[in-house]
Design a binder for this molecule. Structure first.
Ligand SMILES: [Mg+2]
Length: 327
C-alpha cells in the first residue's frame, strides 16, 4: 500500500519508514503538514500517517485539508500523538482522523492499526465498485423500461413521458405540435396468413419506413400491438397531415406482400390531430383522443388513408407565425 508519512522528528520518521517498508508498503515521507499537503495533492495516496505536533502545519490541520479536498475514494488517516488525555484525542478524531497511535510508538500496535486501515480501504473500494455497477444497471433498467424490446423504439410509457413534456412546452412557449396515430391495416389477417414471426418482421419494416419518412425531431412510439404514435414538435395541423400522408405513402411504396387483403400489400391508416387553443386548458389526452377518432374515420373510409376530424381544420390558424413545413 502507498503510504504518506508526515513526521518532523528525523529519528521517528526514519523508524516509521523502516517499519512500514518492512511490512511491504510503498512509503513517501514529509517533514511537516505543508510539505505533506504538496505531496498529497500530486500523488494518489489513500493512506496517511501523520504526527500531530509539527511546525508550519500540524497533523490535525493537514487532516482537515485532506477531508476538505474532493478526493477520489476515501483516505485513511492515522494521527500520531504524545497527547493521551481523552479530550485531546477527541479533538484529534473530531478533525477527521480515523485512528490514533500514542507515542512512543509500539511496533505491534501500529502494525495492527495499519492493517485495520487497509481492511477499511479494501471494503470502501469494493463498495465503490458495487455502487458503480448498480448505477450502470439502473441506467440500463430505465432504458429497458422505456423501450419496446422487439422494435427498439419507445414504448407506451415512454410516449406518455414525451407527450407530457411536449404538451408542457407547447403551452409554455406558444408552440404547435401534432400527433399521428398509425395502425397497420388488416394486421390480424397478416398474422393469420404468414404467422407471427413474419408479422414481427413486418412491424420492423413498417417502423423503419415510418422513421425514414419523418423529420429527425419527430419521434415514433409503439402504442400497442400494430399501433404506433408519432409526436411532431413545433408542427401545425396541415404540416402534421402532410407528414402522415408521407408516412402512409412510404409504407405503400415498400410493397410488402399481403395476400390476405384485396390490395395485395401492407398498408397503414393514420389519424392526425394538432395542438389547439382549447388544449391549453385541457390535457394532451384530448389531442390523443382526436387523433384516435381520426384514425377510425380513416379506417371507416376504406383504410390506407389519413383521417382528420373536420372540426379541427378551423383551428389551423392558431399560431400563424409558425411557418414550419414538413420536409
Ligand atoms: Mg512532532
Amino acid at each position: 500500500m502507498k503510504i504518506l508519512i508526515v513526521e518532523d522528528d528525523l529519528v521517528s520518521r526514519r523508524l516509521l519508514q523502516e517499519m512500514l517498508e518492512g511490512w511491504g508498503h510503498d512509503v513517501q515521507c514529509a517533514e511537516n503538514g505543508e510539505e505533506a499537503w504538496r505531496i498529497f495533492r500530486k500523488g494518489d495516496f489513500k493512506f496517511v500517517i501523520a504526527d500531530w505536533m509539527m511546525p508550519v502545519m500540524d497533523g490535525v490541520e493537514l487532516c482537515c485539508k485532506i477531508r476538505g479536498k474532493n478526493n477520489s475514494g476515501y483516505v485513511y488517516f492515522i494521527l500520531l500523538t504524545g497527547k493521551d488525555k481523552k479530550e485531546d484525542l477527541i479533538e484529534g478524531l473530531d478533525g477527521g482522523a480515523d485512528d490514533y497511535v500514542i507515542k512512543p510508538l509500539d511496533r505491534e500496535e501500529l502494525k495492527v492499526r495499519v492493517r485495520a486501515g487497509e481492511r477499511i480501504l479494501k471494503l470502501e473500494k469494493e463498495l465503490t465498485g458495487t455502487n458503480e455497477e448498480l448505477r450502470k444497471l439502473n441506467v440500463r433498467l430505465s432504458e429497458i423500461c422505456m423501450m419496446d424490446p422487439l422494435l427498439e423504439i419507445g414504448n407506451r410509457r415512454s410516449f406518455y413521458y414525451a407527450i407530457e413534456k411536449t404538451h408542457y412546452n407547447a403551452c409554455r412557449y406558444m408552440q404547435n405540435y401534432g400527433i399521428i396515430m398509425c395502425d397497420i391495416d388488416n394486421f390480424k389477417a397478416y398474422n393469420d396468413t404468414y404467422g407471427h414471426m413474419n408479422g414481427d418482421k413486418v412491424l420492423k419494416r413498417v417502423v423503419d419506413a415510418i422513421s425514414e419518412a419523418l423529420r429527425l425531431s419527430d419521434d415514433i412510439y409503439r402504442f400497442g400491438g400494430e399501433e404506433f404514435v408519432v409526436i411532431l414538435p413545433d408542427q401545425s395541423l396541415e404540416g402534421t397531415r402532410a407528414a402522415a400522408e408521407r408516412v402512409r405513402d412510404a409504407i405503400e411504396s415498400v410493397q410488402l406482400e399481403h395476400t390476405g387483403v384485396s390490395r395485395g400489400i401492407v398498408t397503414i391508416s393514420c389519424g392526425v390531430a394538432s395542438f389547439t387553443d382549447s388544449d391549453k386548458t385541457d390535457k394532451w389526452e384530448s389531442l390523443l383522443n382526436r387523433a384516435d377518432k381520426a384514425l377510425y374515420i380513416a379506417k371507416d373510409e376504406g383504410r390506407n388513408r389519413v383521417g382528420m376530424l373536420e372540426e379541427t381544420i378551423a383551428d389551423e390558424s392558431l399560431f400563424p407565425e409558425s411557418k414550419n413545413q414538413p420536409k
